[in-house]
Design a protein around this ligand. Sequence first.
Ligand code: UD1
Length: 416
Amino acid sequence: MPVYTIRHSPALHGEAQINTSKNAVLPILAAALLCSSPVTIHRAPRLTDVDHMLRVLTDCGARIGRQDRDITIYPAALRQPREPQNLHSLRASILVLGPLCVRLGEAIVPLPGGCAIGQRPVDIHLNGLRAMGAETEQADNCAVARGRLRGANIYLDFPSVGATENLLMAAALADGVTRIENAAKEPEIVDLADFLNLAGAHIVGAGTGTLVIEGVSRLSGVEYTPIADRIEAGTLACAAAITKGSMLLCGVHGEHLRALLFKLREMGLLVQEDARGLCLRGQVRHGADIRTLSYPGFPTDLQAPMMTVACAARGRSVFLETIFENRYMHAISLCRMGADIRTEGRMAVVEGGRPLSGAVVEATDLRAGAALMLAGLIAQGETTLLDEPGHICRGYEGLDEKLRALGADVTIAPLH
Ligand code: UD1
């Protein structure tokens, strides 16, 4: 189990290069199953979620080659996955449902189940595949979709990121035209559509609420470099904000972080964008109200790091988490460190400016872990962050290392 020791740190200064996005890479890996020749993903981040997804692809019959950060997927001899434990433990494994169904005429995919932040059902994925002509069911802890897929008009009850991705992939090889209304607009959807179009798909409308996909009979393998990770960049921006540092984040697209940057500016931080990247300076002075929403609203994945920022700012911040039902577990740990946070249901009220002090706290999920690592930077004394299942390295490549390079006092050691 990794244990991080974080001590009160000076203002963070310097440059950080942002990795390619976990949430873009995972669906693109699943989409490689649609291609009839090898796909190479360049600059893939070193994350345990990526390793996990590669195990899922291997279990689906693909062969994998790795050279440094480049991953090549040879999608031959596809079959149904046989090792449910691979799929149960990675939420994104549900993304092989659409590709397997459209390529094999059947997909039987073990369900990942709920997780610490909420139930995370897959009804929207299955409803969409049903509209495309599949027979679907949830049985024996598996999602099942069978049948030849054809184009359809689909309306999503909620702009689910995963469901939009699954249906986009299935529609790329289905017979006829599919129209997905109320689709997710996240940058990772645009990246997946760009990847698929490069491979020969006909998709228009990515990044808007309406996707139109004209199915093609074949997609060929391509080489692709996914977009930068807006959540990693946003987390580092929050670290700059709380330590009164000055930081240049390179490689990130500022337009993917509009909501966060707007809020950080509102709180008093100086934010500049130029050709080199995103430059953050100054300090947060007052609280802000944060409502998580689908893109382009404030991302739920930055709600936890932003709560640490709210603790550092003076005055009240009110959070409303509208995407996941149970995503305030970090608040308990922040309170243990001296923060004043009251949560009720989907709302949290932070009275900022209270001094934090080091404590032993636990990373209950990926983003909660990052939020607590940041809190340790401004807490007096020493914070011990226990990360038993290794949540943080699921989604951040060497977050401790990146913070250290900027001047933070963070060390990691395995606890036996
Ligand atoms: C993706 C991201 C995750 C991010 C989330 C929301 C990846 C690998 N993960 O997760 O980091 O926090 O988007 O931006 O890209 N829902 C249903 N039925 C469904 C599908 C979803 O009710 O069939 C609900 C979920 O329970 C949740 C909400 O919709 O409350 C959002 O989920 P969704 O957008 O699907 O998130 P993921 O794709 O799982």
